[in-house]
Design a protein around this ligand. Structure first.
Ligand code: ADP
Ligand code: ZN
Ligand code: ZN
Length: 756
């Protein structure tokens, strides 16, 4: 025998090592080690001894454990009779925080799957989506909430105003409402009205625990048109368990009405509904639409919540007192006591993909979760992602289409203006200017779309050609006028405006190109009698200004809205009858393989803002390349055929969804380190990459320096997921040991959207 050792060695092979050192005694079962997920960048759980004399916590429970020199909150993810940790290194847990597991089996399994799929440590994944008080070890107790109710008093003297009366009626109907629920029902902040009514003795505020109530439908459902009715019937006819359906319905075709009617079924069966929406569409109007339809506990997870409110919503979803949970991507991890349906609205939206840390796709996790829970899931969009469309065309998803707008509105017609044939100023062609004038004169509103904020994307010396550039990003600064400064849109760096050229000292500095500030300024000069409202990330930083602008738009007066993609989503502008896209060409000539898909989605979403109500709308697209086949096809055939055409191009190019990507990215302050690190990774792959995985790079990233940090990337591609996952896991294990790895920041992005 090579290693000697005779009999003992032989026994070791037959029995597990613990059996030799500690012969099992009937009265002494082997201890159960706690496998604890801890917020640490290492891709594994950590083993601890259970607390002596305390019932061993079940998986899903939180424990406080020593970690290095600190004490941290972790989650028990498993129990094992075996550990690799030497006995003298094993430490006991300090405290068991949950006697009943905080995370149920299925939620824990969901996190575990997501952690493996996205190659992200389970402990950190848990950390990113649990409400903060729970992460910090606070008990999961439901707070008694302050709620409002009607008093017995009747209004004497001055009758309450319209909103106040509406509020009183709501309180009469629902009996008790939190001020948040009141706001949801009114579609605006209710607190001032409530305090005014309280002063008059008409309402009072009391403390109460959220009660388990049955949900009821309040407002009657709309009578569906034939297309809608067919789609709803198909959704209702399905098997009771998992099924994924894609509702491909043009903007304004009444998708939301279908969601609402399907949700009514689920609520009346006593089940809960999870609704995911993109970041930008979770507006008070959206929540109000649900609140008007149902008398139900609706939890909205948005960025304006305090930690306490978030915790409360999480707990109400977990104990089943919430009926509808509506939120952005991280809401996909909300615990649900009686899940019945998941809806993902605007499923194509990029904001479903988290772009840092735990880089998961809320939509994809939602589909997995529905399968795991064996419940139906409905994905809806006017412009479905090619991934979902592919699944639908392969009959993995049920495909339902709505081609017409619901109600009286008709779809706008889209025309392309050839910029080569037109004089233009500030990006507005003469032809477009005439159309705007005619629309305003006819009492219509105009929406002008330009996906670039600031005044101009470039400041250049007309004499020597110098360009103002951000040193930290090696990209040009954007010129802003309000306030006047240079701003880097990549690192948020700012500079004062130079008075003269730093290179030739000439005074010939010129603003080149176009931003929303410039177009808005020009339009205001052309149309001094009409309000010109700019809507972009700069102008909406003040919530007051934004709501003032929205008030003007809602009042229906003729005006011009100038904005970025913030305008393309979520908002309803019933009086907008002309939509103009100033620069369509950016989306047509990009190296990113998703650029045309995104362009098509954006263009159709913007176009969809026109003519939402009775007034028919039209769309004008300005382009220097009106003959571009993609643009032509999109405009003449619409998004559906356009997307199917793109799919066949993706198929011949072997690109997603016909293959899968995994991006390994590295960043460091020294230029050579990211590439050096990635070269090692590539060598490793060369040695042991499974068949079917190809490796592109390493290369400096297209956006090679950002905020002073150098970036490089290695792209792995495979037609099947399994080998790619395997390689990813192997890479992780190897790179965790790597010495160069410690000098760079690196991460893996599975199904990346951002290749820049
Ligand atoms: P989508 O979600 O597809 O954009 P919505 O559900 O918001 O569409 O519907 C667009 C508009 O049409 C809304 O004002 C809605 O109230 C109205 N609508 C929807 N379905 C019907 C219907 N069956 N009859 C009349 N109006 C409808
Ligand atoms: Zn110069
Ligand atoms: Zn910068």
């Amino acid at each position: 025998m090579a290693r000697g050792g005779g009999w003992l060695y032989y026994c070791r092979q037959l029995f597990p090592s613990t059996a030799l050192t500690h012969p099992p005694l009937a009265s002494h079962p082997p201890p159960l080690y706690l496998q604890v997920a801890i917020p640490s960048p290492l891709h594994r759980s950590f083993d601890y001894l259970p607390l002596p004399g305390v019932v061993t916590p079940k998986p899903g429970s939180r424990v406080r454990v020593p970690f290095g020199s600190k004490s941290v909150v972790g989650i028990v993810v498993g129990l094992s009779t075996h550990t690799e940790v030497p006995a003298d290194k094993l430490r006991p847990a300090e405290q068991v925080l949950d006697s009943v597991p905080l995370l149920g089996e299925s939620l824990l399994a969901l996190y575990r799957w997501a952690s493996q799929h996205y190659l992200f440590p389970l402990g950190l994944a848990l950390q990113t989506s649990l409400p903060k008080p729970l992460r910090e070890g606070e008990p999961p107790t439901l707070a008694t909430a302050l709620v409002w109710e009607r008093t017995e008093a009747q209004a004497i003297g001055r009758p309450p105003g319209v909103s106040a009366q509406q509020l009183l009626d709501c309180l009469q109907r629902y009996q008790r409402l939190s001020s948040g629920e009141c706001s949801a029902l009114l579609g605006k902040p209710a607190r001032p009205l409530l305090t005014a009514l309280q002063r008059r003795g008409l309402v009072r505020e009391i403390a109460a625990e959220p009660a388990l109530r049955e949900a009821r439908q309040l407002e009657a459902a709309l009578a569906l048109n034939p297309e809608q009715a067919a789609a709803l019937a198909a959704l209702r006819l399905g098997p009771s368990g998992f099924r994924c359906s894609l509702l491909e319905g043009v903007t304004g075709s009444g998708k939301t009405e279908i969601y609402l009617q399907l949700i009514a079924d689920v609520l009346s069966a006593g089940r809960q509904v999870l609704v995911l929406v993109p970041e930008i569409t979770l507006t008070p109007q959206t929540i109000a639409r649900f609140a008007r339809r149902f008398q139900a506990r609706i939890i909205a997870f948005h960025s304006g919540l305090t930690d306490k409110q978030r915790l409360q919503g999480w707990l109400e979803a977990a104990n089943g007192s919430a009926h509808i949970v509506i939120g952005t991507r991280s809401a996909v991890f909300t615990p649900l006591a009686r899940p019945g349906l998941i809806v993902v609205d605007e499923e194509h939206d990029d904001s479903y993909k988290q772009q840092d840390g735990f880089r998961y796709s809320g939509r994809d996790v939602a589909v997995y979760r529905a399968r795991q829970l064996d419940i139906p899931i409905l994905l809806g969009s006017a412009t479905p992602s090619l991934e979902s469309l592919h699944n639908a065309l392969q009959a993995r998803y049920q495909l339902l289409t709505l081609k017409r707008r619901a109600g009286p509105a008709s779809l706008p017609d889209i025309g392309v203006l050839d910029m080569k044939l037109q004089p233009a100023e500030a990006g507005i062609s003469a032809g477009l200017q005439q159309r705007i004038a005619a629309t305003l004169a006819g009492n219509g509103q105009v929406l002008v779309f330009l996906n670039r904020r600031g005044f101009a994307p470039l400041l250049r010396c007309g004499h020597c050609g110098w360009i103002a550039e951000c040193q930290r990003c090696e990209r040009s600064f954007t010129l802003h006028q309000q306030p006047a400064q240079l701003r880097c849109h990549h690192c948020d760096g700012q500079r004062a405006l130079p008075r003269s050229c730093p290179q030739c000292h000439g005074h010939d500095l010129e603003a080149v190109g176009l931003g929303t500030e410039r177009s808005a300024e020009y339009l205001q000069a052309c149309f001094p009698d009409y309000p010109v409202l700019r809507i972009d990330r700069d102008s909406t930083r003040s919530a007051r200004k934004f709501s003032e602008a929205m008030d003007i738009v809602q009042s229906g007066v003729p005006c011009i809205l100038v904005g970025t993609q913030m305008l393309a989503k979520g908002h309803h502008f019933p009086r907008v009858t002309l939509v103009a896209v100033l620069d369509a060409d950016g989306g047509l000539f990009s190296a990113d393989f998703r650029a045309q898909e995104n362009f098509g989605q954006l263009l159709m979403q913007v176009a969809g803002r026109a003519g939402r109500a009775e007034c028919p709308g039209s769309v004008v697209v300005q382009s220097f390349h009106p003959e571009h086949p993609a643009l032509r096809y999109l405009v003449t055939e619409g998004y559906g055929p356009f997307a199917r055409q793109l799919l066949s191009e993706r198929r011949s190019g072997g690109l997603p969804p016909f293959s899968h990507f995994l991006l390994l990215r590295a960043e460091a302050a020294r230029r050579d380190l990211p590439l050096q690190f990635l070269l090692q990774a590539a060598e490793l792959l060369q040695r042991e990459a499974p068949r079917g995985v190809s490796c592109h790079g390493p290369l400096p990233s297209p956006f090679g320096k950002k905020a002073g940090v150098f970036r490089a990337q290695l792209l792995l591609q495979a037609t099947r997921r399994a080998p790619l996952q395997q390689v990813g896991a192997r890479l992780l294990a190897a790179l965790e040991q790597d010495s160069v790895a410690r000098k760079v920041r690196w991460f893996i992005d599975v199904d990346p959207l951002d290749f820049s």
